[in-house]
Design a protein around this ligand. Structure first.
Ligand code: NDP
Length: 290
């Protein structure tokens, strides 16, 4: 079997186009554009690339982008003061502080300072809690993007067996909650899981969010499984995922490539979250379906 390659770029482009249409209607109804503020502290080159891509996608969707670049030795108090200022700014609907932050800054303190109703990254404890108990809030963009890819590929996920490899707060845990919300039977695997291949083999859906190049092998998979590869690993052979694409695509039914799978969806979901924030703040009607 050769798996279908899930085209994350195309699905993300469709989502962004849909958001752009809704943004145009929002602008004529309210007389203003939804705004996303992105804060970058320091000169981390990967972070700078992500921030540029987010700003570009924001403008392309017809929204306003506010970029704040701070030097790497910025004191924590200065960053907290900027967050307070953005919380109070009516033109700002979404606030994103790019991680990682330099060592003198406590990331949890900064994230917790963001108004939960402007926290379009979905990292604030209030939004984590809302997701856990099924309330409207903001869901982290990467797992939200993975869910959208799975729904686009499989339709109704109800009753499917899903394994999420990884339990981080930004990917693995929210991913597991989203799959549970769609009535999958969910297993979360991590570094202490014994016999990971056996755990993976019983899954209809595998989401790999580990950060280890090519770890998940084709022979671990149930034939026909749908595989979502979140991993971004820079190797001598270039950018690769957590799944060994060559062997996995011989066994899986469908699989995301790296790059061109989850990555574009992450940005599209950030754009969508920012629009949703603006719509909620203005009482503007929007399509609630995730
Ligand atoms: P973390 O390092 O925070 O979490 C990795 C998880 O993988 C941990 O829960 C860890 O377990 C688990 N793990 C580590 N080794 C093993 C192993 N041998 N077997 C099973 N589980 C293991 O990473 P993130 O969740 O932040 O990111 C995961 C990957 O996704 C990275 O490659 C990252 O670059 C990528 N990523 C991609 C994004 C995108 O837009 N495409 C966005 C965000 C991340 P334990 O908890 O026990 O230590």
């Amino acid at each position: 079997m050769t798996a279908k390659v899930i085209d994350g770029k195309a699905i993300a482009a469709a989502l962004r186009a849909d958001v752009a249409t809704q943004v145009a209607a929002f602008r004529s109804a309210t007389g203003r554009a939804p705004g996303l503020a992105v804060v970058l502290v320091g000169e981390d080159s990967a972070s700078a690339v992500y921030v540029r891509a987010k700003g570009k996608a924001t403008l392309e969707a017809g929204m306003a982008s506010f970029e704040h670049k701070l030097v790497s030795n910025t004191p924590e108090a200065d960053l907290l003061a900027l967050v307070d200022q953005l919380n109070a700014d009516p033109a700002v609907d979404g606030i994103l502080v790019q991680l990682p932050l330099p060592p003198q800054i406590d990331a949890t303190k900064v994230i917790t300072r963001i108004d939960p109703d402007k926290d379009v990254d979905g990292f604030h404890p209030v939004n984590a809690g809302r997701l856990a108990i099924g309330l409207d809030g903001f869901v982290p963009c990467t797992p939200l993007g993975c869910l959208k890819l799975l729904r686009a590929e499989l339709g109704d996920l109800s009753g499917k067996s899903a394994v999420v490899i990884g339990r981080s707060n930004i990917v693995g845990k929210p991913m597991a909650l989203l799959l549970l919300g769609d009535s999958c039977t969910v297993t979360i695997a991590h570094s202490r899981t014994t016999d990971l291949p056996a755990v993976v083999r019983q899954a209809d859906i595998v989401v790999a969010a580990v950060g280890r190049a090519n770890m998940v092998k084709g022979e671990w998979l149930k034939p026909g499984a749908t595989v979502i590869d979140v991993g971004i690993n820079r190797t001598e052979a270039g950018l690769v995922g957590d799944v060994d694409f060559a062997s996995a695509s011989e066994v899986a039914g469908a699989i995301t490539p790296v790059p061109g799978g989850v990555g574009p969806m992450t940005i599209a979901c950030l754009i969508r979250n920012t629009f949703v924030s603006a719509a909620r703040r203005e009482g503007f009607r929007y399509e609630k379906q995730l």
